[in-house]
Ligand binder design. Structure first.
Ligand code: ADP
Ligand code: MG
Length: 292
């Protein structure tokens, strides 16, 4: 494209909430055939809410939630915020935690009220040597509703689980359709559980799901698809997403997220929804067509 057409596109993009880093980013985006999107915060609101507290083995639901929320007060993860607010809304005052440790993509552990507590996903339970089969059936049905389940361990024993739901953004379904019409294959990448991810993907008509992936896994997915010849755009919002954004042909930072995501991105969307990607794609196509 000519410098002039790029300048015009950049100006129009800024007006529409699409910040374009340079001419190459726009040119490459016109050639993209595969879009990887993060589930949490990109497809969904990224504001999960506590929906279920299910105790196991004699602990009360109040105690289970109090211990869980006390530990999560020390975490900055959106799931942690959901648990803390959910507890407060139910009249439970979280206390202080100690010996807090966060394991990225897995969960948290430490002490609450002097009691050892851990919570997180199946990988976290594997690390701790905890068997979750006693809860398998209940967990499965919640995941089929698209909920995220976190197992809770108290004093070294499985003590139940908590679940949260994160609403799909109102704009997501129409944007997915527009991107499909534009010839893109859409892949959801998430650290969340496979069953939960599939439930959300199915409701949106997303082509492919990669679940249970750790942050490094998103970069590996980008590398894998590019090695197969795909021209890949990756949209994400987190600090964790930066390596994958940088590895993609075009990284798309969803503007509501971390600064480091924006630094690694060719495109930054001021408003963090998929409509920005639809607009960016139209802009890129129009700019490239104009010059031929
Ligand atoms: P996402 O891809 O949705 O951003 P993450 O990679 O941050 O997910 O986390 C993956 C999974 O690890 C979560 O779905 C959750 O089960 C578990 N997890 C991560 N952080 C926490 C936390 N602070 N408390 C409980 N569970 C957590
Ligand atoms: Mg994330």
């Amino acid at each position: 494209a000519t410098p002039m057409s790029i300048m015009i596109a950049t100006g129009r993009g800024a007006h529409e909430g699409v910040l374009i880093k340079d001419a190459e980013a726009l040119e490459r985006f016109a050639r993209v055939d595969t879009l990887i999107v993060d589930k949490t915060g990109t497809l969904t609101e990224g504001k999960p809410r506590l929906t279920d507290v299910v105790p196991l083995g004699g602990i009360s639901d109040t105690r289970l939630l109090k211990l869980t929320a006390s530990l999560e007060r020390a975490s900055e993860h959106p799931l942690a915020e959901a648990i803390v607010s959910g507890a407060q809304e139910r009249g439970i005052d979280p206390s202080d935690a100690s010996d807090f440790e966060a394991r990225t993509g897995k969960g948290v552990l430490g002490k609450a009220d002097g009691t050892p507590v851990a919570l997180g996903n199946a990988a976290m339970m594997d690390d701790l040597g905890i068997d979750v089969t006693p809860l398998a059936e209940q967990v499965r049905s919640l995941r089929d509703d698209g909920k995220t389940v976190m197992f809770v361990v108290v004093d070294g024993r499985l003590a139940g689980f908590v679940a949260v739901a994160d609403q799909i953004k109102q704009t997501t379904a129409a944007a997915i359709k527009a991107l499909h019409d534009n010839g893109l294959t859409i892949i959801m990448a998430t650290g969340d559980n496979e069953r939960t991810a599939r439930a959300v993907a199915k409701s949106l008509g997303i082509d492919e799901v990669r679940a249970d992936i750790l942050p490094e896994g998103k970069k590996a997915l980008v590398d894998e698809l590019r090695a197969k010849g795909a021209v890949v755009a990756m949209a994400g919002d987190g600090v964790n997403d930066a390596p994958a954004l940088a590895a993609a042909d075009v990284g798309i930072a969803m503007g509501t997220g971390a600064d480091v995501a924006m630094e690694s991105a060719g495109l930054t969307l001021v408003k963090g929804d998929l409509n920005g990607i639809v607009r960016a794609r139209r802009l890129a196509m129009a700019t490239m067509l104009n010059i031929r």
